[in-house]
Design a protein around this ligand. Structure first.
Ligand SMILES: *Cc1c(COP(=O)(O)O)cnc(C)c1O
Length: 806
């Protein structure tokens, strides 16, 4: 062992003794906690160094505000990024401990629903890895996204208890607590010829920060993710009521305070306008802004330079109240006039739009909003008055102004507020940004043309390639050296091996090994035997009608019908793998899960089809599971209704692991197709203009397809005729969505084109070398989708921040 490993082993022994007082028989949780404590020392040194650098060089800093950060686990990543993984592994072995077993003790920090939360975490990773001064601001939910269990084919939700064993990666900062005001009244008074606003009778909630260090990849940078929590104290317990035995009343106040940071709202692309959610959003925004201002003031710059040294980014409209909150602080606390405060605010704030789904647009009831946030409401009204006056000045007709207003029809709307209060509005893939400019936000684009721009999403290649697929990563390093680890665009060099059959054979082999491993996991988790020589066809993401898991499973039913008609059908065996959570309140999404499981139980147990078809639903989709599944995927299902998926990032992870994508020309699929070329991807389905034409003309009638296409008719009938369900459950609601409600998401419309796409996959897979070459091309072209490149663009064109030299 080298000196470092010896040191780690000694420290490990010492810390274990301090923390447990046992001397032997340590549990994995104890070992994990001790190892985390040990790593804190390495992190601490770099953290101090980073802060000092930022101070000395007086750099501009960005704050990324997000209601979600899906960071996953930290142990392995931190060891790897600090470049002490191998030494630690060796040190632990000398103590007869297994690093893999210890890693299993860490619970996922799952403070996000899906893509949006994962993107925020990816951006923090890239900021640190590029030595860029950037902070995350979020909420420390006591329960992250629910844990999903599948019971009899139904989704059952269990609370996610991620703090069960404590959290070794957080540092509570009791000296940086801020007060958040809810409710109350505003008194206005004249003083020295200007109006002053005084907030009285409010309810105070304390916000306590927990800092999580974000370690950069093998550099000297450690940035901070600051997660806010409420905290109640003894005064919040009503002793009088307690002594009377009235416990609900005694604990009411405590419960009210706790509830604000208790749960992550478990809905994706869907807002319900609940008051608790509004409280959460303002809690995040007010705590973060107060803390940002306090940090800024320590630097002794005049407040009028604020936007020159601070950039604030809002991840979707969820933190949009940062705009009026910054105005409030600049005016009420710093004594600025409206015009100056507004100039600084707009030049500080930038906004990313993540979705055009109507039901995801956040609006609040005006009266509720005013009651809960009286001062913020006044400021939003003033912003709205000035903005609509400006629109009238441009001679825009009233009807249009009504549509663009921040407050209208008794609702306060977060999207117009975000646009008006920011100097940059970006979409998350080229197609999505074009749709924003020319369609969904056209009116706004015409007023603020220079503010709109595109920043295509990205993924952390360190996680999805280096960590998740070490065999592939090592082989790539053998071929092209290690430079791709810091500069993933260099993966392009793999194209030099495009015709090298040995290399292609190895790539196919590595994929097969990963499939064997996943097959073993599937057997352990579900008891289903899958054939690792079959095509692993994978559809994993949130369950949503627009993501069209229903199209996939209807096609599987169709394949099953073909096999029943002809058991000797010549097809490459297929394993369809699904995973994903449905929002708690989303009935149809839950029915889709039930349908997948019902079809699986019939098909998997039918011996007459000779194992040519298997269907697996893996429960509790999350980062950990994704890193196990994606390296083993042959086919990546990215089949959203065109125009509906803003970007997608799952698609990029699969591509980087050499899966072939079956895709609609939606979101970032368009850019993936451009990078990899038409021969290395399978495209199907309606184009964006066709979708818009059908919506506009109303020329689509799903019943026509039901009547004219017997294959469609057969699977539709099977939804309700008992083929895949028993007497007390059928899939009438899904049937209704497709026929009675005329199939909003064009599932039947795209069915035949999807069928042909799958025939192409079947054909291509039969030629191993051909398939392996497609796979290699996908890996080679995936480098541009590293979030490092996305972040470089944000840094240069939106935030104007620069890397700090180590
Ligand atoms: C990447 C990722 C997502 C986003 O997947 P999409 O296919 O883009 O919807 C969601 N959840 C987790 C855990 C992820 O890692």
């Amino acid at each position: 062992m080298n000196q470092q490993a010896v040191e780690i082993a000694d420290n490990m022994k010492r810390i274990l003794l301090i923390q447990t007082g046992k001397g032997k028989n340590y549990s994995n949780v104890e070992k994990y906690t001790a190892l985390g404590t040990l790593i804190r020392e390495y992190i601490g040194e770099k953290w101090v160094h980073t802060r000092k650098k930022y101070e000395e060089e007086k750099v501009k800093q960005v704050y990324y505000l997000s209601m979600e950060f899906l960071t996953g686990t930290f142990l392995k990543k931190n060891l790897d990024y600090l470049n002490i993984y191998e030494d630690t592994k060796e040190a632990l072995e000398s103590l007869h401990m297994s690093i893999e077993e210890i890693e299993q003790a860490e619970l996922d920090q799952g403070l996000g629903n899906g893509g949006l939360g994962r993107l925020a975490a990816a951006f923090l990773d890239s900021l640190s890895s590029l030595s860029l001064p950037g902070y995350g601001c979020g909420i420390r939910y006591k329960n992250g996204l629910f844990k999903q269990e599948i019971v009899d084919g139904y989704q059952v939700e269990e609370p996610d208890n991620w703090l069960l064993n404590g959290n070794i990666w957080e540092y509570k900062r009791v000296d940086e607590v801020f007060e958040i005001y809810f409710g109350g009244k505003i008194e206005i008074y004249d003083h020295e010829e200007s109006l002053h606003f005084s907030h009285i009778d409010y309810d105070v909630i304390k916000a306590v920060p927990y800092d999580v260090p974000i370690v950069g990849y093998r550099n000297n940078t450690v940035n901070t993710l600051r997660l806010w929590s409420t905290e109640e104290n003894d005064k919040d317990l009503n002793i009088g009521e307690f002594n009377k035995g009235n416990y609900p009343e005694a604990y009411r106040r405590k419960g009210e305070i706790e509830s604000i940071t208790q749960f992550l709202y478990p809905s994706d692309e869907f807002e319900s306008g609940r008051i608790l959610r509004l409280k959460q959003e303002y809690f995040l925004v007010s705590a973060s802004l107060q803390s940002i201002i306090a940090q800024y003031k320590k630097r002794n710059f005049p407040i009028s330079w604020f936007h020159e040294y601070v950039a604030i980014h809002i991840n979707d409209t969820h933190p949009a109240l940062a705009i009026p909150e910054l105005m409030r602080i600049l005016m009420d606390k710093e004594g600025m006039e409206w015009e100056d405060a507004w100039y600084i605010t707009v030049n500080t704030m930038a906004y990313t739009n993540h979705t055009i789904m109507r039901e995801a647009m956040e609006t609040w009831d005006y009266n509720l909003f005013k009651c809960l946030l009286p001062r913020i409401c006044m400021i939003v009204e003033e912003i709205n008055d000035r903005y609509t006056a400006e629109l009238r000045g441009k001679e825009i007709e009233n009807e249009k102004i009504e549509k663009m207003a921040i407050i209208s029809h008794g609702r306060v709307r977060m999207m117009p507020l975000s646009i008006v209060g920011s100097h940059s509005i970006n979409g998350v893939a080229k197609l999505h940004t074009e749709i924003l400019k020319n369609k969904e936000l056209k009116d706004f684009y015409e007023v603020f043309p220079n503010n709109f721009n595109n920043k295509t999403n990205g993924i952390v290649h360190r996680l999805w390639l280096l960590e998740a697929n070490p065999n592939l990563s090592d082989f790539i390093e053998e071929l092209i050296g290690s430079s791709f680890k810091k500069e993933p665009i260099e993966l392009k060099k793999l194209l030099n091996f495009d015709t090298d059959e040995f290399v292609i054979e190895r790539i196919v082999q590595i994929k097969h090994q990963n499939k064997e491993k996943l097959a073993k996991y599937i057997l352990e988790e579900t008891g289903i035997v899958v054939n690792p020589y079959s095509i692993f066809d994978v559809h994993i993401k949130r369950i949503h009608e627009y993501k069209r898991q229903l199209l996939n499973i209807l096609h599987v039913m169709h394949l099953y019908n073909k096999l029943k008609d002809n058991p000797n059908l010549d097809m490459v065996p297929r394993t369809f793998i699904f995973s994903g959570k449905a929002a708690t309140s989303y009935y149809n999404a839950k029915q889709i899960i039930k349908l997948i499981c019902s079809v699986a139980s019939v098909v998997n147990n039918d011996l007459t089809i000779k194992g040519k078809l298997k269907i697996v639903f893996l429960e509790n989709y999350g980062i950990k599971l994704a890193t196990q599944i994606i390296p083993a995927a042959d086919v990546s299902e990215q089949i959203s209704t065109t125009t509906k998926e803003a970007s997608g990032t799952g698609n990029m992870k699969f591509m980087m692991n050499g899966a072939i994508t079956i895709a609609t020309l939606d979101g970032a699929n368009v850019e993936i197709a451009n990078e990899v070329g038409d021969n290395n991807i399978v495209i199907f389905g309606l184009k964006d203009f066709e979708v818009y034409d059908l919506y506009r003309t109303g020329n689509y009638h799903s019943y026509d397809l039901y009547h004219s296409d017997i294959e469609i008719r057969r699977v539709m009938d099977q939804l309700i005729d008992g083929t895949f369900h028993n007497h007390y459950e059928n899939f009438q609601s899904l049937h209704d969505r497709l026929l009675r409600d005329n199939d909003d998401f064009f599932i039947l419309k795209d069915f035949s084109s999807y069928k042909i796409a799958h025939e192409k996959i079947d054909n291509a897979y039969r030629n191993k070398v051909h398939w392996g070459r497609m796979s290699l091309n996908n890996i080679a072209s995936s480098g541009v989708f590293s979030s490092d490149y996305t972040i470089r663009e944000y840094a240069q064109y939106i935030w104007n921040i620069k890397s700090v030299k180590d």
